[in-house]
Structures are given as C-alpha cells and as structure tokens.
Ligand binder design. Structure first.
Ligand SMILES: C[S@@+](CC[C@H](N)C(=O)[O-])C[C@H]1O[C@@H](n2cnc3c(N)ncnc32)[C@H](O)[C@@H]1O
Length: 241
C-alpha cells in the first residue's frame, strides 16, 4: 500500500490490521506540537496564525481521527506531512486569489492554506456529508467563515457556480482524471495547482492529451518548502488559457 493510500485507511494499521481509530484519537490539547525542527516552518508559514494552526491540528488528531477523516497512523506526522506540507503549496498561489480546493477531505490543503494565507478566499468542495459536517464545524471553530465556504458537491456538479482563480487538489485522483474535474471551475483562465508525490512526471506524461484538450500549457513540476520542510512539497502547476 502506498503512503497516500495508508493515510486514508482510517480503520487499518501499518500491516493492514484492524485498529480502533476512536481509541487512538487524542484529546485536542494532547495533539502533537511541532518539533524543534518544524518550528521555523510553522512561524514562516503561519506567522500570527500559528496558534490557530495548532488548534486545527487538535481537531485533526481528535475528531478528525475518530470520525475517519485521516488514518490513526497520521497523528505523529500531522504537522510535517500534512499541515506544513500543504501550507508550503501556498507559495504557488498569487496574492488575493479565489481558490477552490477540490476533494478537501479534512481540509487539506484548503484549511491549511486559509490559515497560512489570510489574503485568500477559499471554497472547499467535498461530496461526503460526514466530511462536510466536520469541515463546517472546524471552519466555524477557527473563525474562518468569512473567507472559507464549504460546498457539499462533486466538483463536476458546481462548475456553473464557481469561478476560481486557482484550483488545488491533493490525493484526489491521477492528473489525467483531475483535469476534467477541476479545469471547468477556472472558466478558461487561472491555474490548477495539484499537490503530487514522486509520480508527478509520470502523471503529466499520461495526461498530455487531456491537458491540451482543456487548454493547459507550460505545465511545470515545482517544489516548495526547501530549507523548511524535511520533505518539500511537490506541485504540478497547469496554467490554463
Ligand atoms: C483521499 S481523500 C484526500 C483528502 C484531502 N485532499 C487530503 O489530502 O487529505 C480524497 C477526497 O476527494 C473527494 N472526492 C472524490 N471525488 C471527488 C469529486 N469528483 N469532487 C470533489 N471531491 C471528490 C473524496 O470524497 C475525498 O474526501
């Protein structure tokens, strides 16, 4: 099983055995704090919102795990692999953009970006009711309602209603399937910022035809967070138009 698949198998441990997620979830106040190595990144990306980011990690480690939004094995790596990794992708997003995060799940990258970038407006698009309810609760608790909308839908159902400058997506589907889901939300201009792992170049290769069909050009693979993150964030950027 890949690292990405493991992260979203809430009921299973490292060997695929059944685990009781509710028993492993921790109280928000016992959620991991950033390590000494991670602290400079927390300050760099979240600045004044560092305490709110800690509160978000508290939600992930407690109700997020209990309610199956992330697998219990993710608790020790919530900062490095999830929240900071997503925040670093903000460096790919222009000032003041309206960003649609497709398949937001536990708010990754959408909530992490909203906390890291107070200049952004965000729409979190997520079809699963259980996840939408959790997102609504967390957005309200973090006081982000003014800048973050949560929409219960599949991305392909809301292209007529959303006109974004940037679409983000992490761990939703391979690039060749992601393009037709996300590019219609951009209405002919802007860019897709897809958070990807080592498969980025291979996914681009397999998506060439569909990228051209949807007027994508100058596709690039970029990394962000070098010097701050143990594992920098890899982004596939697809400008449209
Ligand atoms: C593996 S999870 C990843 C969640 C989150 N982006 C992250 O990285 O933690 C994939 C998410 O995409 C959502 N999803 C799947 N198909 C979708 C679609 N067509 N439109 C919007 N969301 C979708 C699923 O409901 C799920 O929450």
């Amino acid at each position: 099983m890949s690292k990405e698949e493991q992260a979203f198998r809430p009921g299973t441990g490292p060997e695929g055995e059944r685990v009781d997620a509710a028993a492993i979830a921790v109280a928000p106040e016992d959620a991991p704090r950033p390590t000494a190595e991670e602290l400079p990144a927390v300050e760099h990306y979240f600045g004044e919102n560092a305490e709110l980011a800690q509160r978000y990690v508290g939600h992930l480690a407690s109700s997020g795990i209990e309610r199956g939004l992330l697998g219990p094995r993710e608790i020790p790596r919530l900062w490095g692999r999830h929240v900071l990794n997503c925040a670093a992708a903000g460096d790919a997003i222009p000032e003041g953009a309206l960003v649609a995060d497709v398949g937001s799940g536990a708010g990754l990258p959408g909530i992490a970006l909203a906390l890291a970038r107070p200049d952004l407006m965000m729409v979190l698009i997520e079809p699963l009711d259980r996840r939408v309810q959790w997102l609504d609760e967390v957005v309200e608790d973090l006081g982000l309602e003014r800048r973050v909308d949560v929409v219960r839908a599949r991305a392909e159902q809301v292209a007529d209603e959303i006109d974004a400058d940037v679409v983000t997506a992490r761990a939703v589907t391979a690039l060749r399937n992601l393009i037709p889901l996300t590019v219609p939300l951009l209405h002919g201009r802007g860019q897709l910022v897809a958070l990807k792992g080592r498969s980025a170049a291979e996914e681009i290769e397999k998506a060439q035809k569909i990228i051209r069909k949807f007027k994508g050009h100058d596709v690039s693979v970029e990394t962000f967070g070098e010097g701050f993150l143990e594992e920098p964030t890899t982004v596939v950027r697809v400008p449209i138009g």
